[in-house]
Each structure stands twice: as C-alpha cells, then as structure tokens.
Design a binder for this molecule. Structure first.
Ligand SMILES: Cc1ncc(C[n+]2csc(CCOP(=O)(O)OP(=O)(O)O)c2C)c(N)n1
Ligand SMILES: [Mg+2]
Length: 556
C-alpha cells in the first residue's frame, strides 16, 4: 500500500501547474496524464474534458487569445500527443502561449505499445518540447515552461514518462517561484525622438492615409489613438481580420484589410498613398499578398517592426514603439492639415454599400449567404461572443462591421478547417457568463462534430450557426473554375439539426430568414446549446474566390 503522507511526483507536478494561477485545463485522459489531471482538478482547476485531443489544444488556443494569457491543455502519450499536430502549427503562428502537459511512455519498458519519439514531432510544428526525465528538477522545468510560453508567446509541451510520475517525491519541499511572479513587466515602450521625427515627416507628407490596426493595437489599447490619428490626417481606418471591430462604430472605417475586404474598402485602399500599420505583423493575407494598396508606402508602428514578413517586403518605414504610445506621439507631433481625404460622402458610401454587390442566380428554396449574414448581424444581441471559423463561408460571416472587437475571435493561421467548435468551447470557458455564437461550415463542423457532446455535458451556452451548402464549398468553387468533377466535394445536405438533437442539443433547420426572430426568442428562454442548420446556395461565390479562381462562370 502507498504511504499517502508522502507526495508523489504527480502531486508536486499538479502543485507546480496550480501555482501558475491557471483556472481551466482542457483535457483528454489516458494512462500517462490521468493521475496528474485528477490532482490538478482537486486543486481547484476547472477541467473541460473533450472528445478529441486536437480540440483540447484548439480550445486552449482560443482561451489564450481571448484572455491574452497562457492556457493549459493535457494529453496522454503517443496517440494522445500525435493528435496535436494540426493545431500546434496554428498556435505557433498565432503566437499563442499554451502549456501542454503530455505523458510519455514509461522509461522502464524496453518496448511500449504507445511509444513514439515525441520531441521531433512537436519540434516540427515549431512548438517547444521538453522531456522531463529528472524528477527533482521537474517543478522548475514546469515553471520554466510557463516562462517560455509567456515570454515567447509560443506553445510549450512538457512530456513526463508516466512511470516516473508515480514515484515518491524526494526533491525540495518548496516549489520554485512561479513564472507569473518572475516575468519582467516592462512599461510600454515610447518611440525614440529620431524615429518619431522621420515618421511624422512621412505622415505629414501623405494625402490619403489609412490607419490599419492589428491585434497588437487591440492588446495595447491603441484603438482610440488610431481613431484620433486617422481623424487628424483626414484619413480612413481599417483592421486586420482578427482585429475586426476595433473601429466598428467609426463612420470612416472601411472594414477588414485582407482577403475579406468589402467592395468599397478595396476601392479606397487602392487609392491610399500611406498605410500606417499599427500593432500588425503585416502577414501575407493582410495586404492581399502585396496587391491591396499598390500606390501606398507602409509605415509600421510596432514593438517589433519588420521589413519582410511571410515572404513579402512589407514595410520600408518603421516606428518602434508600443502601439498606443507610438500613435499618440505621432498624432501630437503632426501639423494641422488643410485638405482631408475623408468626406461626408465617403462616410455615406461606406455605410450604404454592400460588401459584395455581385448578382447570382440562386436555385429556389435556398438562401443567399450574404442575406443570412445581414439578418444575423441585425438580430443577434450585441453582447454575444462571436467566433468565426474557416471555409468559404467565413468570407460571408466576416462581414459584420457593426460588431465590436472585444466580442470577436478568429484564428486562421495554418488554414485548417474543423477548429471552429473547439474555438467556441475555448471562448465559452473564458466567458462562461456569455452566449457564444460559432459561425461554421458544414464540412468544418462535421470534422469535429463529436464535441457537441462536450458542449452539452459542460453546459456551454453555444449557438452554432452553420452555413450549410451541402459541400466543401471552398473546394467546389475551385473544382468548378477548373472544369473538374465535383463529386469529391459535394456530399449533400447532412441533417445537422437531427445530429444536434441526437447529442441532446436543440437543432433547427432554417430555410427562411423569417424564422430568425422566433428562434432567437426560443433561445433566449433556454440556457442550452443549439445548432442552426441554415441551408444556403452554393452558387454565391465570394469576391476573393472569384479573383483567385477566375475561370468559373461567376467571374466578376
Ligand atoms: C484540415 C483541413 N483539411 C482540408 C482542408 C481543405 N479545405 C479548405 S476549405 C474546405 C471546405 C470547408 O467546407 P465547409 O466547412 O462546409 O465550408 P464551405 O467552404 O462549404 O463554406 C476544405 C476541405 C483544410 N483547409 N483543412
Ligand atoms: Mg460547406
């Protein structure tokens, strides 16, 4: 019999995690992590037990993004760990700090069925992997993993052989100082006067300025400063996709810059002569691969400015500074301007134009995805948390300009479908008092539809609105444009409402937008989760798809 008075390694490892102030852990148990997970739960950590390890990590990613802080997930060794390989590259590219507690195969066995060389698999994704094999050092190694995840904003996986976890603890009685106490907390970086003088000159010399804000601007609280700068220059505002909504109530915001730019935004970006990119890494898509502002030079205001990003030359002019301080200093130093680019007529155009006015011929009985999104934007309560997934439908769902950034999340790095449901769970865990709405495609939802059970079991208040086109729409449009057969991508309208009901959720099939008010009031009276399966036509092709694949019949 074990001596209960002597702590085991898993007890101490659970203590080392608990002292990092983690409130939630996304988990799927196996031999190699269950002892640790049970102890972590006993220390007051809220456990979200999912149905697929990919979703544990993806939910943790959304949780980290929502809180701008580290998140935790756990998987068992071997097959538990290999399930992480699609989510990790996205976490790396999105700079999301997540610590994963992974089991490793027992060290004592010469052979173990679930054994695999875990380190190179994880390293290939760009995440850090630390094999913890020396018991006495493990609490410090865990602390260091939290330090690394927070400092490098990167996922860090710690692997602990499960036979070691069971050993009596023989190390120090005291835990190491936790990472959150040690981490440097530098004050926001002001710009250097020389850099500032050059930047002021550049902005003062421009006539058509667009201030483009990214997530760095959101995190630094630079929204009001960006608005003031654009007003001072008589220019316009835009955001990257993840920062959408930072200027949702500003009449001079042209929306998202990138693959999701609305019609009028494309036009104005083309005319711009200076883009001031604030807290934006200038990723490939944000500038439409270098196509979106052909006449403009770019001034990047960032704590870590770059010249080349994702294979593209993106900015020749840089102001190294905290987003808010840099922009405030710029505005304060700018001379007052006579002629402004912005005008009342422009504001009216921005307000009144459709994201995409192209006319399509639809089959009877199916909805136009653009009208679905318009109706949702008008009718969904403003305080609901919105999550955008992926697929062709995400272009339409992205067009909700009246929604505030604080209630929006999307993580698109690595371009995988199937993440939406886990991202929604991560947001629900981070904001348990709020209703979360996931906008997803039928193909994407079906890829991890098992998590409907997790949502029900954990009582998460998630509404999933599915743009069901009976197909992998993204692929269909490309196949059509190339004149190839569609049978590999058109599978028909799966009955998602029935599936939802099978999992114990409410499920509705929507063929008319007139049903929305009634469905919304039904939802208001229930705390539970629901799936709305909205049947849409696959004939409506997004602007971006038409531009990238112009061979189709819907050129325009
Ligand atoms: C994991 C993964 N597998 C395959 C793809 C290729 N892919 C991109 S979009 C897409 C279709 C998504 O279908 P759905 O979720 O129904 O959205 P739709 O495009 O129909 O709006 C596919 C298969 C991908 N991006 N990620
Ligand atoms: Mg689809």
């Amino acid at each position: 019999m074990q001596n209960e008075a002597v702590p085991r390694l898993y007890d101490v490892l659970a203590d080392a995690f608990a002292q990092e102030k983690i409130e939630v852990c996304f988990a799927l148990l196996g031999d190699a992590n269950m002892n640790w997970a049970v102890r972590l739960a006993a220390r007051g950590c809220r456990m979200v037990y999912v149905r697929h390890e990919h979703c544990a990590l993806a939910a943790a990613m959304a949780y980290a993004r929502k809180n701008f802080d580290v998140a935790v997930a756990t998987v068992t060794c071997g097959p538990g760990l290999t399930q992480l390989i699609t989510a990790l590259p996205a976490a790396v590219r999105a700079h999301l700090p997540v610590v994963v507690f992974a089991g490793e195969a027992p060290l004592r066995s010469g052979w173990y069925n679930q054994g695999i060389d875990q380190a190179p698999l994880i390293a290939a994704t760009g995440a850090a992997y630390h094999a913890l094999h020396l018991p006495e050092r493990m609490p410090v190694a865990v602390r260091d993993a939290f330090l690394q995840a927070r400092r490098e904003r990167r996922p860090v996986v710690v692997g602990v052989p499960f036979d070691l976890q069971d050993r009596p603890w023989q190390g120090a009685a005291q835990l190491p100082t936790p990472a959150w106490q040690l981490l440097p907390k530098p004050a926001p970086l002001p710009p250097h006067p020389d850099d500032l003088a050059r930047a002021v000159e550049r902005v003062a010399g421009a006539e058509r300025v667009v201030v483009l804000a990214g997530l760095g601007a959101v995190e630094a609280g630079a929204g009001p400063a960006c608005r003031a700068l654009a007003a001072r220059c008589g220019g316009l505002l835009a955001t990257t996709l993840p920062a959408r909504g930072l200027f949702h109530d500003d009449p001079y915001c042209i929306g998202i810059s990138g693959s999701y730019t609305p019609e009028v935004g494309l036009e104005y970006l083309k005319e711009a002569d200076l883009v001031v990119a604030v807290g934006a890494s200038l990723a490939y898509h944000a500038g439409g691969g270098g196509q979106l502002w052909p006449k403009a030079s770019t001034l990047q205001v960032d704590i870590d400015p770059v010249a080349v990003s994702q294979g593209q030359e993106v900015a020749r002019h840089h102001l190294r500074a905290d987003a808010r301080l840099g922009v405030e200093a710029l505005t304060a130093a700018l001379p007052a301007r006579g002629k402004a680019w912005r005008s009342d007529a422009m504001a009216a155009r921005i307000r009144d134009s459709k994201p995409d006015s192209h006319v399509f011929e639809l089959e009877p009985g199916l909805l136009d995805p653009r009208e679905v999104v318009e109706a949702l934007e008008k009718q969904l309560p403003q305080d609901w948390e919105l999550v955008n997934s992926s697929g062709h439908c995400s272009w339409f769902f992205a067009q909700m300009p009246s929604r505030a950034q604080a209630r929006f999340l999307t993580i698109r790095e690595f371009g995988a479908i199937g993440n939406g449901i886990a991202f929604a769970m991560g947001v629900a865990a981070a904001r348990p008092d709020r209703r979360v709405v996931l906008f997803d495609g039928d193909g994407s939802l079906l890829m991890h539809v098992q998590e409907l059970e997790t949502i029900r079991r954990h009582g998460m208040k998630i509404l999933i609105v599915v743009m069901n086109d009976g197909a992998y729409g993204s692929e269909v449009h490309k196949l059509r444009a190339e004149g190839m057969p569609e049978d590999g991508a058109v599978f028909g309208y799966t009955d998602l409402a029935a599936i939802a009901r099978g999992f114990g959720l409410a499920g509705e099939t929507i063929r008319s937008l007139d049903d929305l008010p009634r469905l919304l009031s039904d939802l208001a009276s229930s705390e539970g989760a629901a799936v709305w399966d909205v049947h849409v036509s696959d004939k409506v092709v997004s602007r971006t798809m038409r531009r990238a694949h112009p061979g189709g019949k819907t050129k325009g």
